[in-house]
Design a protein around this ligand. Structure first.
Ligand code: FMN
Length: 196
């Protein structure tokens, strides 16, 4: 029997490219790939993304895209719409997520609502890097997006948080890495149940 093609996109909201959040996300993606799932990691770092303008034009246009053009918002929304699973990653910035990933979440959320739920019943999971404190708040913020989008969230053996400050420090957080691996395995399991 031919298995359906399954794709997961990971969006890393860190201002620092290939940093700790990217490392953690790659551990999740590696497990998904072992299960034959296609993956893509997109780093928001260095890419222009504006916040929601509250213009409500998406509710008028209903064209599955944001009316704000000239930045990467719609390109990211398109990637999210095309995927079966979405990972949102962020480092902890002042006990919350980065403004870049929040900008994307706000715009994707309103565009989705204006078009009957673009992400409904997709699988979603959050990944957070932290030096010391505030990661739970950041983790919760990311999860708000999945929950309001009618998405399904798999769990792991702990909350999906990895500890480290300098790039690569998270590799020494054994439990954090294990949490990412289990998350990838559970996400793959859930995606296969839904898609096949
Ligand atoms: C602007 C800024 C704010 C930060 N705020 C926090 C914080 O509130 N709590 C914390 O533990 N670490 C904080 N950090 C440290 C990062 O969360 C940590 O270095 C993380 O590993 C960075 O992930 P990255 O390599 O993916 O960017 C902050 C870093 C920056 C640049």
């Amino acid at each position: 029997m031919n298995e359906t093609r399954i794709k997961v996109v990971a969006l890393n909201g860190s201002a620092r490219k290939s940093g700790n959040t990217a490392i953690l996300l790659r551990y999740v993606l590696k497990e998904l790939e072992k299960e034959g799932i296609e993956t893509e990691l997109i780093e928001l770092s260095g890419k222009k993304i504006h916040g929601c303008l509250a213009c409500r034009k998406c509710a008028e246009n209903k064209n599955r895209r944001c009316s704000v053009t000239g930045d990467m918002g719609n390109a990211f929304i398109e990637k999210m719409e095309a995927a079966d699973g979405i990972l949102l990653g962020s480092p902890t910035y002042v006990a919350d997520i980065t403004p870049e990933i929040k900008a994307l979440m706000d715009r994707a959320c309103l565009v989705s609502k204006a078009n009957g739920g673009l992400f409904r019943r997709k699988v979603g999971a959050a990944v957070v890097a932290v030096r010391r404190a505030g990661a739970m708040h950041a983790f919760d913020t990311l999860n708000h997006f999945f929950l309001i989008s009618e998405m399904i969230i798999p769990g792991s053996s702990y909350w999906n948080i990895g500890i480290g400050r300098e790039i690569g420090d998270v590799e020494r957080d054994e439990e954090g890495i294990q949490t990412m691996k289990v998350l990838g395995q559970n996400m793959a399991w859930l995606l296969k149940k839904i898609k096949n």
